[in-house]
Write a protein that binds this ligand. Structure first.
Ligand code: CP
Length: 303
């Protein structure tokens, strides 16, 4: 039995197979419409979510399976003090596969160690968000035709943004990736990631101004400032509008640069950018359903 805790749990060859499957699902959805008949997905979300939870549920329904779960720790027995380990043992009696989001780093790993069904980490604190990374990689591969030879700018909250941490890890395995980290001083990429890049001899630079780097980018990954991970509101308010991608900045960018964002967006991308063909963050959401369908099929060994 296999779980997904980190995008690196899959080799790049396994990822290629997963993305090929996701692209086939996109082209031939009817072929997959009954693949999960009789199977159940539990979504155990101890933290708020729109995309991840609903795209998992949509994915399972598209595959002919059913869904159950909770979307708020307060409505589960976690509010009475039940541990994640006990909860997953119980969920294992009800479902065939579980997607779990939790505010504590490592919670999904604890669940996986006690589970008798595959567990998917749907976000653990500020640590990892592997299925968002699968979504990001599938979007890039589908729209650009490759996952190597890119200059990618990651902009915004690079300290707390778990999608950023997962994406850097995942892209660091591909050839000729140059990272440009664009953040205020207080929200820089954690040291352990910088150490990993240095060890692997992967090129990166850290800058503060988006305008100074945007013209070099093939991909721009915007992120919101993660209010829920700040210790005080004052710091959040000071930093929340540090970056706003607008039409004027988009004019400085390459004609084929893609703008990605894991969403939700707050103010960091002006709505006037939404109609720019380079803005692909809503397409990215759709790719998220295809890749979660492919992931469910793979972990349930139905392909
Ligand atoms: N991208 C993402 O994780 O969105 P949700 O928080 O809405 O699931």
């Amino acid at each position: 039995m296999r779980h997904l805790m980190n995008p690196l749990d899959f080799t790049t060859e396994e990822l290629d197979r997963l993305f090929d499957l996701a692209n086939d699902i996109e082209k031939n959805p009817e072929k997959y419409a009954k693949k999960c008949k009789g199977k159940k997905l539990a979504t155990c979300f101890y933290e708020p979510s729109t995309r991840t939870r609903l795209s998992f549920e949509s994915a399972m329904i598209n595959l002919g399976g059913s869904v159950l779960g909770f979307s708020d720790a307060g409505s589960s027995s976690a509010s009475k003090g039940e541990s994640v380990s006990d909860t997953i043992r119980v969920i294992s009696c009800f479902a065939d596969i579980c997607a779990m989001r939790h505010p504590k780093e490592g919670a999904a790993m604890v669940a996986a160690s006690k589970s008798s069904i595959p567990v998917i980490n749907a976000g653990d604190g500020g640590h990892q968000h592997p299925t968002q990374t699968l979504t990001d990689l599938l979007t890039i591969r589908s729209l650009k035709g490759r996952l190597d030879h890119f200059t990618i700018g990651l902009c915004g909250d690079l300290k707390f943004g778990r999608t950023v941490h997962s994406l850097i890890n995942a892209l660091s395995r591909y050839e000729d990736i140059h990272f440009i980290f664009i953040s205020p001083e207080e929200l820089r990429v954690p040291d352990y990631i910088i150490e990993m890049l240095k060890e692997k001899n992967i090129s990166y630079e850290e800058v503060i101004k988006l305008e100074d780097s945007i013209s070099k980018l093939d991909l721009l990954y915007m992120t919101r400032v993660q209010r829920e991970r700040f210790f005080n509101e004052e710091d959040y308010v000071r930093l929340k509008d540090f970056y706003i991608l607008d039409k004027a900045k988009m004019e400085l960018a390459k004609d084929d640069m893609l703008v990605l964002h894991p969403l939700p967006r707050v103010n960091e991308i002006s709505v006037e950018v939404d109609d720019d063909p380079r803005a692909v963050y809503f397409k990215q959401v759709q790719y998220g359903v295809y890749v979660r369908m492919a992931l469910i099929l793979t972990l349930l060994e139905l392909v």
